[in-house]
Design a protein around this ligand. Structure first.
Ligand code: MTE
Length: 315
């Protein structure tokens, strides 16, 4: 994220040519079918030519011109520094990573701390397919059909005590399995945090899949936090621990560069990153930039949580 200005990326570096061909077919078909079709009410057009798996799920907060970003882009254009700092590194370098067996610890200020095997962690919880907007702090965006559970359900099961005010989520630390952790590009393990009300919000998900399939390794298998009104770096991947705490947790990008990355990181077109504007974004697969929306288009659902806060100070 610190390597290049977003404008320094040429579109040709972002998506291989064969994917543009697939996308053109996708967009052409989408135009014919209309947004309802593309938003997952019928199988998506690309499934017919074998390009993309089916788009599943209910759209949340989509704008009328939002279309799901093709599977190939969602799964080959990634930020996951544990597997390299280039956008194409995670898909290559995470091939051998095994996200099973997997244990998840839920602890801290809760009445029922527990360490779970992934299957037991997931088994009693409702899994949903939801199509969300996804905005990276680097000023690119996607629309992604995630599959997952609600973080609120995980927290309710653990029963936070009255002292619990924040949630800290931590990625696996295993430099043998995650070779990027052998380099000190960030302070490992990657850690992120949310205020308890943000973590309990009904939009906040733990993704276990995308496009109706298990989450590919490069997308943060087996558990990837999704908070659609925040910049993507809040979405910590390959989570092994969820800890309830009474103080605002440290978060990796804030530790690494506090003047550029804050704790809240709500998508805000009015507060620029020190090195580039956040007023616009480049939707992966599109040529022209589009305006960025306050809270990434989810203001109606989340703005009340920040009432009275100075969002310039709490960036
Ligand atoms: N989680 C870990 N553990 N390591 C990372 O490097 N990158 C973050 C976030 N979660 C990152 C991470 C950033 S900067 C973004 S934009 C999103 O993951 C990207 O998620 P995606 O690849 O599924 O689009």
């Amino acid at each position: 994220m610190l390597i290049r200005r977003p404008d320094a990326c040429k579109s040709s570096e972002i998506t291989p040519e064969q994917h543009y061909v697939g996308r053109r077919k996708f967009l052409a078909a989408a135009g014919v079918l209309g947004i309802g079709a593309v938003a997952g009410f019928v199988p998506n057009a690309c499934a017919q030519d074998g390009q993309d798996p089916q788009v599943l799920g209910k759209p949340y907060g989509l704008q009328k011109d939002d279309k799901p970003t093709p599977w190939t882009d969602v799964t080959t254009y990634n930020n996951f520094y544990e597997f390299g700092t280039g956008k194409g590194d995670p898909v290559e370098n995470a091939k051998a990573f095994k996200p099973r067996p997997w244990t998840v610890m839920v602890d801290g200020l809760v009445a029922k701390p527990a360490q779970y095997q992934l299957e037991d962690f997931l088994k009693p919880l409702v899994v949903e397919d939801r199509i969300y907007r996804h905005r990276c702090v680097e000023a690119w965006s996607m629309v992604v059909p995630w599959r997952g559970i609600m973080l609120a359900d995980v927290l309710k099961r653990a029963q936070p005590t009255s002292q619990a005010k924040f949630v800290e989520l931590t990625t696996l630390y295993d430099p043998q399995r995650m070779p990027g952790q052998q380099r000190s590009v960030l302070a490992w393990p990657y850690v992120e945090g949310l205020r308890l009300d943000e973590a309990m919000h009904p939009l906040t998900m733990l993704a276990t899949g995308v496009y109706g399939r298990d989450l590919p390794n490069q997308n943060g298998a087996p558990l990837h936090l999704i908070v659609p009104w925040k910049y993507g770096f809040k979405g910590v991947k390959s989570i092994v621990r969820i800890r309830l705490v009474d103080r605002q947790p440290k978060n990796s990008w804030n530790i690494s560069n506090p003047s550029e990355y804050g704790f809240y990181s709500n998508v805000n077109p009015e507060v620029d990153h020190p090195r580039w504007t956040q007023a616009k974004e480049r939707r992966i697969g599109e040529f022209f930039k589009r305006p960025t929306l306050m809270f990434n288009g989810y203001a109606e659902q989340v703005a009340a949580m920040y009432a009275g806060m100075d969002l310039r100070k709490n960036y």
